[in-house]
Design a protein around this ligand. Sequence first.
Ligand SMILES: C[S@@+](CC[C@H](N)C(=O)[O-])C[C@H]1O[C@@H](n2cnc3c(N)ncnc32)[C@H](O)[C@@H]1O
Ligand code: SF4
Length: 377
Amino acid sequence: MLNNPGLYVHFPWCIKKCPYCDFNSHPLKDDVDQQRYLNSLLEDWQEQITSTFADAKDTQSLDIGFKTVFFGGGTPSLFKPHLMAILLNELPLAPDAEITMEANPGTQEYTDFEEYLSAGINRLSIGAQSFQNSQLEKLGRVHNRDETIAAVAKAKSAGFTNINIDLMWGLPGQSLEDALFDLESAISLSPQHISWYQLTIEAKTEFAKRPPLLPIDGILAEIENAGNVLLASRGYHRYEISAYAKDGAYCHHNINYWSFGDYVGLGAGAHGKVSNARGVLRTQKASQPRLYQNEPRKTSYQTVTKSQLTLEFMMNALRLIDGTDIQTFTEKTGLQWQSIQPQWEALAQQGLVQTNRCSTTELGLRYLDTVLEKFVS
Ligand SMILES: C[S@@+](CC[C@H](N)C(=O)[O-])C[C@H]1O[C@@H](n2cnc3c(N)ncnc32)[C@H](O)[C@@H]1O
Ligand code: SF4
């Protein structure tokens, strides 16, 4: 049975494509018909509610409504707030649902922050990436440092009290000082949450074709250590590899992913994960906006096999600094803990995982790939 699923809604357009990005995003052209995309999302929802929630018990689990909604992209803040409001009105939402929207600075739309708040969005994730203009240029961003600062100020004055800032580190030519400057700049804006991602060069991106010069391993290690110390000293609690929250302002939507919870995915290229009588299923929608809008009801389903389940659970749960308890493994995968006991004990002997929790040690977190290799079948 679906257990309080989250909802992810994808918006596949951006002003322009950033050279490091492999998300499903397409350059925005003037002729994007937003009303048509909204209609597609509504149709998609109708299809998923009838097929995915076909079981009466599953429908019951939706009676309480989605506890979290995440509008991600692409650039969802290019989407008109009144259309977001229409969509949110059609969805079953828990009364205190966390509703996040990703917003890019420098795209005009942040003048509408009040309207997004009235539409029901109560958490903003602002993509700063860096606070150095020269770096922002290298990253192909459409905004500069001042525009990011202005976006955060406007979000606050509009009434947002739950703001995340996305930053990346290990950027082309970045020194330790540069990375700490970025973190200090973000912290000085007092967001409730900071996501601090190490830049990865993804296949088929511009950066993969023309690789920039990245910091050497020694500098990367220094940045990671000093950044973690700085964030902790300013009250940002690291609860996942790249996520830091102040005063308990965790991102519940992402915690649901990392705890291997269920979620419904709407929109071009959106993925979902649902557990029902058929097992654990992955859902996927067409990535191309044109194809998606031509056939918004078309959903492909793939059953996660038993051997994939363990690895998928570990890939998520072990990103959490505290992992999960052992029962959660059985609850979410339907597998017995004993089925992985031999691998787990071997890892515990190497000091990579805890003995009484499904969680890594500090060492294991640093060598997460080595830990995960044990669960590749
Ligand atoms: C869905 S993405 C984009 C959100 C928004 N469109 C933006 O760019 O600000 C969410 C975050 O992932 C991070 N990200 C994207 N590509 C990355 C990469 N190649 N390596 C590390 N982090 C990446 C960025 O920090 C980004 O803000
Ligand atoms: S704005 Fe965000 S989603 Fe769009 S291309 Fe850049 S990184 Fe990717």
